[in-house]
Design a protein around this ligand. Structure first.
Ligand code: C5P
Length: 235
């Protein structure tokens, strides 16, 4: 595991489904980023070997596979991923329940350099009516808070949250609970399909620990410069 640099909160999302494009991108942005994020599409296409090939050993790794299964299976998946890839952080769904969250965090703790277990609360693609349709009769914002508390009580290191949830979750969950935040757009950059965004400086001022940023970096003509500009905006 490559150590995280607390002074660089930028996790670059490598949303590529082509191995050599992903490798080229990581060779451009790996050193400037605080880490890289690889997720389900990439993992399902190229497996642990593809992740090793792209992530190498020099860049902290956020493995975003969002495990959700019975506790024993999630624990096994956390162990397998940690053995194979030594990620710095990885994701589970908090809606898997207390025992599943606890199983994941216990499995991570078995390793000397244990990865952070980060819980996804409510997918940002779901609104209140989507929750009702799956039998959840609270608002999305109440459900986010409920699941963040459940995650914290059961040993998760933090949550993935939207920029608009940072202030509430920081106040509710205290200073040590990690808040990892996508939906970030530097001033003047294209919002793409992200609807409710904040700038990097706003998100950090609100209390975000890490920022997951994709297209504003990866679609920039000079991705490493885009990262430097974001870091400067934080100082
Ligand atoms: O390109 P962009 O900056 O929008 O990329 C954000 C990254 O964070 C993507 O990999 C996206 O899948 C991920 N993400 C998100 N919103 C969430 C959860 C994850 O944008 N709620």
């Amino acid at each position: 595991m490559t150590r995280l640099n607390p002074k660089n909160p930028i996790l670059t999302a490598i949303d590529k489904n082509n191995l050599s494009e992903a490798e080229n991108l990581v060779s451009e942005v790996g050193a400037a980023s605080g880490g890289i994020k690889l997720g389900k599409e990439f993992f399902t296409s190229f497996g642990p070997q593809g992740i090793q090939q792209v992530a190498g050993t020099q860049t902290p790794l956020f493995l975003d596979l969002k495990f959700h299964d019975i506790p024993n299976t999630v624990a096994g998946a956390v162990r397998a991923a940690t053995r194979a890839l030594a990620p710095n952080m990885m994701t589970i769904h908090a809606s898997g329940g207390a025992a599943m969250i606890r199983a994941a965090s216990d499995a991570a703790s078995e390793f000397e350099s244990s990865p952070w277990i980060l819980a996804v609360t409510v997918l940002t693609s779901m609104d209140d009516s989507d929750l009702t349709s799956v039998g959840v009769n609270s608002t999305a914002s109440d459900q986010v808070l409920r699941l963040a508390r459940l995650a914290q009580e059961n040993g998760a290191d933090g949550v993935i949250c939207s920029p608009h949830e940072i202030t509430t979750l920081r106040a509710e969950c205290g200073p040590d609970f990690k808040l990892v935040v996508p939906g970030i757009r530097p001033t003047g950059s294209d919002h793409g399909d992200q609807k409710r965004v904040k700038t990097p400086a706003e998100a950090v001022a609100d209390g975000a620990d890490y920022l997951v940023i994709g297209r504003p970096i990866t679609a920039h003509e000079a991705p490493a410069t885009a990262i430097q500009n974001i870091l400067e905006s934080l100082n």
